[in-house]
Design a protein around this ligand. Structure first.
Ligand SMILES: *Cc1c(COP(=O)(O)O)cnc(C)c1O
Length: 350
């Protein structure tokens, strides 16, 4: 099956002349910059905040390339993963005409972003074992199906998608396959970012918001073919990632030791929490998790949620999601925070 990316791109995007910023038009060596109407005297803050940031965040991308083993040209940085999701809709999906496939229960932004962009959603639920229904997905495809979202490890269930199923879809889905690896740092499964040359229809998303501990900076990462990255760059706001985030992100990426220690601690604490939950009478099922949270089925999720909230502990009630009746999603906290939850759970009388 020959893959033609440009058959999937909206005509208005294909024909778009992108905005050309001052920082974009001149990139050579110069000493006097009078091209962007900035305040030449300076900034009340750090020295260079009076200047527009690098529109393409090259320093950050070079460092990511070193860490991830993917060429910088294959990386896109968004204002959080949520910007990448929105861009995928805006580049590939004609509002009111095209559709995408999502696999509930999964991350809510795929649907919200589709609704904002007036793109139809086809839901092909995960199996009761929270795995991909490959046949159902391929059967749901029509001539206007552009994207397939796969979240692995999946939020809110915590499990990895079976790799053979993902590969089958990469080989047979006629549109773009977006694999959301927000929790990949906690996972025993290998990332798909090394497979970009094999699959021209692959987009992988990661984020610095979870394991890297930088949720406030809004740094979402995307890996794809250069052609796809070019399309995203064409459509994104010129300065989508601010300079404070670029600088601080770059600084944080210098040291992976602390991050790896946090990951080890989270996994350790997750096992401890799971073992404790197992002993409680009102806990029905603890779903195996490759992420930094646990999905747990209890006898009455609303009541347990209210009990914990009354004691100032907030978890996520996922009861209304398909296959998640009476399920709470509990993020792994510090050992002290987890001990607080464990003590409260032991005292709970349903
Ligand atoms: C948390 C999360 C993200 C991260 O989004 P950001 O906008 O990068 O903070 C992406 N996908 C999933 C599935 C998540 O759970």
């Amino acid at each position: 099956m020959e893959f033609d990316l440009y058959k999937l791109v909206r005509d208005n995007i294909k024909n778009l002349t992108p905005y050309s910023s001052a920082r974009h038009e001149f990139t050579g060596k110069a000493s006097v910059f009078l091209d962007a109407n900035e305040n030449a005297f300076g900034s009340p803050l750090a020295e260079n905040f009076n200047r527009y940031p690098d529109p393409l965040q090259w320093q950050l991308k070079f460092q990511l390339a070193r860490i991830k083993g993917v060429p910088a040209e294959n990386i896109f940085v968004g204002n959080g993963s949520d910007e990448v999701i929105d861009l995928a809709y805006r580049v590939f999906c004609n509002p009111g005409k095209d559709n995408v496939i999502i696999c509930p229960p999964t991350y809510g932004m795929y649907q919200v972003s589709a609704n904002i962009n007036d793109v139809a959603i086809k839901k092909v639920n995960l199996t009761t074992g929270f795995q991909l229904d490959v046949e159902g997905i391929l059967n749901a495809v029509d001539e206007n199906t552009k994207l397939l979202f796969i979240c692995s490890p999946n939020n809110p269930t915590g499990n990895n998608m079976n790799r053979e199923a993902v590969e089958l879809l990469l080989n047979n889905f006629p549109g773009l396959v977006i694999i959301d690896e927000a929790y990949i740092n906690y996972s025993s499964q290998k990332t798909f970012i090394q497979e970009l040359t094999e699959y021209p229809n692959l987009i992988v998303m990661q984020t610095l918001s979870k394991a890297w501990g930088l949720a406030a900076l809004r740094l979402g990462l995307c890996y794809a073919s250069m052609d796809i990255i070019d399309l995203f760059n064409k459509v994104k706001p010129p300065y989508n990632v601010n300079d404070a985030s670029q600088q601080l992100g770059l600084e944080a990426l210098q040291d992976t030791k602390e991050v790896n220690e946090w990951i080890r601690l989270v996994v350790e604490q997750k096992h401890l929490l799971a073992a404790t939950l197992q002993q409680l009478s009102f806990v029905g099922k603890i779903y195996p998790s490759d992420a930094n949270f646990i999905l747990v089925k209890v006898t009455n999720a609303n009541m347990l949620y209210d009990y914990l909230a009354a004691h100032e502990v907030i978890v996520r009630n996922r009861s209304k999601e398909v296959h998640c009746e009476n399920c709470l999603r509990i993020t792994i906290g510090t050992p002290e925070e987890n001990a607080t939850v464990i003590n409260l759970l032991k005292l709970y009388k349903p």
